[in-house]
Write a protein that binds this ligand. Structure first.
Ligand code: XMP
Length: 517
């Protein structure tokens, strides 16, 4: 059994970050909602627990509680913010509501080092309304800040630890060390969650699940499905059939790039379907963005099912689901968010095909997926590829989607991306934060008057979009260098027939979205 820490989620916006920081320390951990049944959590034989922050107050009637099994397990427990208040409350301490709000950076003093905390004075991030005012018996204060005399506390004998501040956020630079101390020194977890360890475990898990049976996979050329397919192929070789569909909505060079990378890796297990005409016929005359999305999704399912039939009986369907998707789908209240766009990749396939799922990436964050991809020898262009929507260029070709308009768009997009790549602004390994997360061109069905040579032109418009973003939920438009924009604009109007105007999108998300449709 792999050494595992359990994070119980009490609803903090930072819970995923706790897992991120631990994984960076090569410690394996799993996040569960605090109401997850005991059997499911304890089946992992946790080496320790972390209780996350949360928006509630321990005194509220419906406040989330501490499941009995946590203290019974007799392992180390670390309570963060609400987690600290909850521990204190349950063990007989006193939590004072409301009046001591503290939000933002604070300085904590740690006079004496403990196994958890290094001695010194540190900047930390506070975000709380309630605070602990009297510690339970057996605890002592280990850190203070001007706003929180009990900024940290512990009961070394029972191995119970509390932090009022958030060690998981970037604004607490010492936080990484604290979480590592908890996981490795106090809980005794061995830091073996490395790309090599991940691959080894994924391969043996796939093996155990699939045995001698057959797996079908849809690969899109995106990072997740490519890495998932490479892992599955490593585990079960020729029992895998990976299908890549060209829907005519790919970017310039993408079809060739994906075929080359995947065929080299998988040989006969890789299958290619050119369904350009099917998709473009289905999209003929359609201008509404939601209808485009729906049509591309449904057409994909038809094309894929037809190919699957040809390939014969399959037992499993492989999906490139990654850990953040798993966590999201576990939290029912988060999926109730207002629908802005119907996102899809191969959505609808699992229900339709009624096959058991193989999900080799379901415990991995995006950067872990990338590290695994690199270890498996996938090319950098693929591993560091920016996200690309399932409906492809259909949602970047505003108005009607025709081959001719798609070709205009592909050429303009390739010029923009090529220039960004040439100056190292996109798709570089390990991009620094604040760098460009996504960049592309979109074609607008807006014609304007221009003059080229001595000729009047009346042609369409290309808009350039480049954004920085951590999670694609919010994004800022990127202040690209003017010389670069000038070069791209001049190349597009000169090299792409039918485009006489280039504009740059200066809108952040919100209020805009990243894509134009
Ligand atoms: P928006 O435009 O909603 O996009 O700000 C946020 C991120 O999601 C990508 N996107 C999609 N990804 N299927 C996907 O897998 C889709 O249908 C889809 N639509 C948008 C978009 O490129 C951006 O990264």
């Amino acid at each position: 059994m792999r050494d595992t820490l359990i994070i119980l989620d009490y609803g903090s916006q930072y819970t995923q970050l706790i897992a991120r920081r631990l994984r960076e320390a090569q410690v394996f951990c799993e996040i569960f909602h605090w109401q997850t049944p005991e059997a499911q959590v304890m089946a992992l034989q946790p080496k320790g627990f972390i209780l996350s922050g949360g928006p509630n107050s321990v005194y509220e009637a419906e406040a989330p509680t501490l499941p009995d099994y946590v203290l019974k397990a007799d392992g180390p427990v670390l309570g963060i913010c609400y987690g600290m208040q909850l521990l204190a409350h349950v063990l007989g301490g006193k939590v004072a509501p409301g009046s001591h709000r503290e939000y933002g950076s604070a300085t904590v003093e740690i006079e004496q080092a403990t196994r958890l905390l290094p001695a010194g004075s540190y900047t930390v991030w506070m975000s709380h309304g309630d605070r602990v005012e009297a510690l339970p018996e057996g605890f002592r204060a280990t850190a203070t800040s001007p706003g929180s005399p009990l900024a940290a506390a512990e009961d070394e004998t029972r191995r119970l630890y509390c932090l009022q501040f958030h060690p998981e956020v970037q604004h607490t630079p010492v936080g990484k060390e604290i979480l590592r101390n908890f996981a490795i020194d106090i809980c005794g977890v061995s830091p073996d969650w490395t790309p090599e360890g991940i691959v080894e475990e994924a391969v043996s898990r796939i093996h155990a699940q699939v045995g001698e049976r057959r797996v079908l996979a849809a690969v899109s050329g995106g990072v997740d499905s490519s890495v998932a397919a490479a892992l599955t192929h490593k585990a079960v070789g020729g029992q895998l059939s990976a299908v890549f569909v060209d829907n005519g909505l790919l970017r310039a060079g993408e079809r060739e790039g994906v075929i080359e990378a995947m065929q080299a890796r998988m040989g006969d297990a890789f299958h290619f379907v050119d369904a350009t005409d099917t998709f473009l016929n289905a999209l003929k005359g359609v201008e509404d963005p939601e209808r485009k999305r729906l049509i591309v999704g449904e057409t994909f399912i038809h094309v894929f099912e037809k190919k699957a039939k040809e390939l014969g009986e399959m037992d499993f369907l492989m999906q490139g689901t990654i850990y953040p998707d798993v966590i999201e789908s576990r939290a029912p209240e988060r999926s109730a968010a207002h629908k802005i766009k119907s996102h899809h990749n191969v959505g609808g396939l699992p229900e339709r095909m009624d096959m058991a799922l193989v999900e080799p990436l379901r415990y991995l964050f995006k950067d872990e997926v990338r590290a695994v991809g690199t270890l498996l020898g996938l090319p950098d262009e693929l591993v560091w590829r920016q996200p690309f929507p399932g409906p492809g260029l259909s949602v970047r070709c505003l108005g009607e989607v025709s081959w001719e308009r798609l070709e205009k768009l592909r050429k303009a997009d390739a010029i923009f991306i090529g220039e960004l790549r040439a100056v190292g602004l996109i798709e570089q390994p390990n991009p620094p934060s604040g760098s460009i997360a996504q960049a592309f061109a979109a074609l607008l069905p807006v014609r304007s008057v221009g003059v080229m040579g001595d000729q009047r032109t009346y042609q369409e418009t290309i808009v350039l979009r480049a954004v920085s973003s951590q999670d694609f939920m919010t994004a800022d438009w990127a202040p690209l260098p003017h010389e670069l924009l000038a070069r791209v604009s001049s190349r597009i109007v000169n090299e792409v027939q039918g485009v006489n105007r280039v504009v740059y999108d200066l809108t952040s998300k919100p209020p805009a979205t990243i894509e134009w449709e």
